[in-house]
Structures are given as C-alpha cells and as structure tokens.
Design a protein around this ligand. Structure first.
Ligand SMILES: [Zn+2]
Ligand SMILES: [Zn+2]
Length: 283
C-alpha cells in the first residue's frame, strides 16, 4: 500500500507550515509521495492564494526539497488551480510555463446566474456568513440555483481543461450542515451528480477522496459523499486519496475512514503519479 497526499497547502498560500515541515511530517508517517498544491488563480491571487510574484520562490523551494529528500520520499510540485470562466483555469495554457508535476482543478467561486447583475461570485467554501451572503447576492438565497450553477461550472472546467485531479467534487456540502440551503436527497441534486459524473468519465480525470473538511472541522465527512462515490465507481472514474492538509498534523487525517468509504463504493485501488502516468495501486 502506498501512502500519499497530492493536496497539501503551506505558508506559500493559506497553510500553517513551511513545505519542509510538511515533508518531514510525511516522512514520519511513512508516506511515499507528498505533492504540494498551492492555491493558484494565475495570473491573479487573493489573500489565500499563492501571490503572482511568488511562483518562482514556491517552485524553487519544492525543487530544493525534491533533491534534498530524494532518498526518503518523492516530493512533487502541483497547484490547486481555480476555475473562473474567462479569468483563470486549471489548464496548461495558464500553468504550462511553470511545468508542475500535476494540477488539481477546483471550483471555489461561482458567478451569479442573473445576467447583468453586479455581484462578486459566490465563495462556495467560505466561512458560513460569507457563504450565506454570496448565496443571497448571487442566487437570491435559492440553494438549488446556486448548487446547479456550481455543478455547471465543474462540468465546464472538466470538459475544457487539461488537469489531472478534480478537487473536493461535492464542495457545496461543506456549508450545507450549517446553512441547510439544499436537500442532498432531492431528485434535481441527484440528477446534477449523475450528469457531472458522466462529464468526468468522458475525460479520464481522477477524482480525489478529500478528508480536509474533517481535519478542519467543517463537516464530519469526506468528499465525495458515499452516494457520489458509488456513482463514480459505476462510471469507472479513477480515484486518489488526498488530505487537503493545511498543517503537519493533518497530512493523513481520516485516511482509514476514506479507504473504507472507497472500499464500500467498490474501489480497491488509488491512483499514484509515476513519471507522468497515474498508476493504480491497491490499498
Ligand atoms: Zn480547495
Ligand atoms: Zn485545498
């Protein structure tokens, strides 16, 4: 069994530790691979993104760690790249110049579905009050409209960009416990999931099991839900296991639980990056 996380944040974006601290913690856990995935919205940034002027420093530090720890662990460079139509995308057109080992594509921002409305996009996983404000400003508080717009964005990203891993696929669940803005058992929601799974399956992209909501105490569950994971398995979509870690203590948070969820859905392997191919390893 290989132990890895390809979804790791550091002080270069909104994480709490230096990359070297994360590498040492990963070695302590017996990990075979650690992949860094700074929040990126090239060529833009926010207070939680890698600043545009620090891409060189980020990549140089990962290259240094890759060499320094080569006999103990494989260190990889990636980005968790945002999708915002017409602005930034997890695609080689934006990130090719940085030659990362891989890209995670994530939707954190969803623009309003009202033509001509001047509102900042809904920040899907923002703190509860900010998430709620965006739902009102962008979607008149209508959770169904908001969640449908989120999955439309995910499908557009998946179908039009050449990245590797789909980040925290059912992210709107993160604030649904507090805000209860949609019903996960509703027919329209299940239809969105099914359509999104079809779109992903057509591209061969990997979906991550992401335990970040558990370590950050935002939701006592992994992404994707059991129901979504079963749909992904039936559609033959490959998966990997990531912690979305922001601290050394979270590098393999709830991995046993995630493996069990994957097993219950039917999976017996996770993908791991070898050279430029994602190879299945039994867990
Ligand atoms: Zn994210
Ligand atoms: Zn992340």
């Amino acid at each position: 069994m290989k132990l890895a996380s390809y979804h790791v944040h550091t002080v270069f974006c909104d994480g709490n530790n230096e990359p070297e601290d994360m590498v040492r913690a990963a070695i302590g856990l017996g990990m075979s691979d650690i992949g860094f995935s700074a929040h990126a919205a090239w060529p833009f940034s926010s207070e939680w993104h890698l600043p545009a002027h620090r891409y060189g420093d980020y990549l140089a530090e990962i290259a240094r760690l890759k060499a320094a720890y080569a006999d103990k662990i494989r260190v990889l460079s990636g980005f968790e790249a945002d999708w915002l139509a017409g602005v930034t995308a997890p695609d080689s057109a934006f990130y090719g110049r940085f030659a990362p080992d891989y890209l995670i594509g994530s939707v954190h921002f969803v623009p309003t579905d009202v033509a001509g409305r001047n509102a900042p996009p809904w920040a899907v996983d923002a703190p509860v009050d900010e998430c709620k404000r965006g739902l009102v400003e962008c979607f008149d508080g209508d959770g169904e409209r908001a969640v449908k717009a989120y999955y439309r964005a995910v499908r557009a990203m998946v179908s039009s960009c050449d990245f590797d891993i789909v980040g925290h696929l059912d992210l709107p669940r993160k604030r649904n416990g507090a805000l209860k803005f949609f019903d996960e058992t509703a027919a329209w929601y299940r239809a969105e999931l099914a359509e999104t799974v079809r779109a992903i399956a057509q591209t061969g992209k990997i979906v991550e099991l992401n335990t970040g909501a558990i370590s950050r105490k935002a939701m006592d569950d992994i992404y994707p839900s059991d129901e979504l994971l079963a749909l992904l398995y039936r559609a033959d979509v490959p998966v990997t296991l990531d912690s979305d870690s922001h601290s050394t203590g979270d590098l393999a948070c709830a991995y046993d639980r995630a493996r069990q969820a994957a097993r219950d859905a039917g999976y017996d392997s996770f993908r791991h990056l070898e050279g430029d191919r994602w190879v299945a390893h039994p867990f």
